[in-house]
Design a binder for this molecule. Structure first.
Ligand SMILES: NC(=O)c1ccc[n+]([C@@H]2O[C@H](COP(=O)([O-])OP(=O)(O)OC[C@H]3O[C@@H](n4cnc5c(N)ncnc54)[C@H](O)[C@@H]3O)[C@@H](O)[C@H]2O)c1
Length: 438
């Protein structure tokens, strides 16, 4: 029978103990708080949470749950530990890792005397890099042993919600395990054998980041819905009717759409409609700081791209794709135009390629706009990717037209490819390739 020690008998620890015991795993709970240890020894829940008392009583009766204040003993008696001590905020907002450091010190000392393999699974929420920079070095120092050789670590973010924690444990939205090897990730996954939802094995740092992305997104969604709600209330519309319709769109709204990091948005709709709704809010004396922050943040993405190109210290720039997205000749509020105009203004030797724009220059509704409103830009158009490759020291990929894959493949090592859209998966460290935010 598998035996697991759980460090930190707070919300996460107690729920994990009770739920894992209900799956037939033998649990040793560990806490520095003697009262919590005593309660767990008696099968009494130290926290209020639905279904927990019953599970703890059942676990106690089956002799599957023990508790102790003795770390040494807990490490000796188990083959795997789950660590879920608190990681509170300091007054300045930074993450307080003192409990993590302490628990690593204690576990490290206990590992000194242990011959058998031991896996440490961290579930406390920690900023990316904490495992590599704090947890692993602390454990290695205290134990005198080396991670990945004499003991192993994994990061396994926790997604339960207080109030429905037991149900969430048994029906996780996903199970994510970050580890340095596939084998260790597989071993950790066995704890959750049979639970529903996707199971994802990844790098430690990615697993650490996922937890924050999730929680920040939840906060963003709540705040977004509340700003829409405030506005609807003021203008006499039922916000719940609006949002009920909003969430039924699982193609563009509640979906993976628009969630890939890349370049700024533009085009004839998003900027205009954001401005209109912000103005409506202003007219009605409604504060919508979240919505108001979107355009400035989007502008920063454009400025960031310009800054990066300037820092490359090259003179000949080739831009591939400058309508706001692939497959269109619409240049209204294309953020690429801003990049191009800034570079021209600073005296760069810029050439452009976009087959849709070349075509639209000859025919179509945008002909007038391209030839007369932005002649300074359209005069820089070249007719082929080969022309662009021949001209440029820096090649900027501005939209997702798949013909631009060639640029990554055929650029020479002395040309820099600056990709704003992740046109393809490029191996880490390919010298001349630079992604805007990856
Ligand atoms: N509460 C939630 O819903 C939730 C959900 C997901 C993730 N998390 C994360 O999980 C972690 C734990 O959260 P929580 O709400 O259970 O915290 P909590 O504060 O309720 O419990 C933490 C426990 O750790 C104990 N502890 C501290 N140092 C210890 C040590 N050296 N050895 C043994 N025990 C020690 C404390 O005495 C306390 O009982 C945090 O990082 C939190 O962000 C919490």
């Amino acid at each position: 029978m598998m035996k697991i020690s759980i460090f930190g008998l707070g919300y996460v620890g107690v729920v994990s103990a009770a739920c894992l015991a209900s799956r037939g795993i033998k649990i040793v709970g560990v806490d520095i708080n003697e009262e919590k240890v005593r309660m767990m020894q008696e099968g009494i829940s130290p926290i209020i949470e639905k279904d927990l008392p019953e599970l703890l009583t059942a676990g106690k009766e089956k002799q599957l749950i023990e508790a102790t204040g003795n770390t040494q003993q807990a490490i000796q008696d188990t083959e795997l530990s789950i660590i879920c001590v608190g990681t509170p905020s300091r007054a300045n907002g930074s993450l307080d890792t003192k409990f993590i450091k302490n628990v690593c010190q204690e576990i490290g000392e206990a590992l000194k005397d242990k011959q058998e393999k031991h896996i440490l699974v961290f579930r406390s929420t920690m900023l990316p890099g904490t495992m590599r920079e704090i947890v692993i070095p602390s454990l290695e120092k205290a134990s005198g042993k080396i991670q990945n050789q004499e003991f192993y670590v994994a990061y396994n973010p926790e997604f339960l919600r207080e109030g429905s924690a037991v149900n969430d444990f048994n029906h996780p939205p996903k199970t994510v395990v970050g580890a340095d090897s596939e084998e260790i990730a597989d071993e950790v996954m066995t704890i959750y054998e049979g639970l529903p939802g996707p199971r994802i094995k990844t790098e430690i740092e990615i697993a650490e980041m996922v937890k924050y992305v999730d929680n920040n997104f939840h906060a963003l969604k709540i705040t977004f819905a509340n700003e829409i709600g405030r506005m609807c209330k003021k203008i006499g519309i039922d916000s719940h009717k609006v949002m009920d319709i909003f969430v039924q769109d699982t193609k563009l709204n509640i979906s993976p759409a628009y969630l890939k990091p890349g370049f700024a948005f533009g085009g004839s709709c998003l900027p205009k409609d954001l401005r209109a709704i912000s103005y409506l809010a202003k007219m009605n004396d409604i504060e919508t700081p979240l919505l108001n922050a979107i355009i400035p943040s989007n502008n920063m993405q454009i400025l960031n791209a310009i800054k990066r190109i300037i820092q490359m210290e090259k003179h000949k720039i080739g831009i591939a794709g400058f309508s706001f997205k692939e497959g269109t000749d619409d240049l209204r509020e294309s953020p690429m135009i801003e990049i191009i105009e800034t570079l021209i203004g600073k005296g760069y030797d810029v050439k452009l390629y976009d087959r849709n724009i070349s075509m639209a220059r000859l025919i179509g509704a945008n002909k007038e706009y391209i030839n007369h409103r932005i002649p300074h830009i359209s005069s820089l158009l070249v007719e082929s990717i080969d022309d662009l490759l021949a001209h440029s020291e820096v090649l900027v990929i501005g939209n997702n037209d798949k013909e631009f894959v060639r640029i990554v493949e055929e650029s020479t090592p002395d040309q820099i490819v600056f990709d704003l859209v992740r046109i393809m998966e490029v191996e880490d460290g390919k010298g001349n390739y630079d992604g805007i935010c990856w």
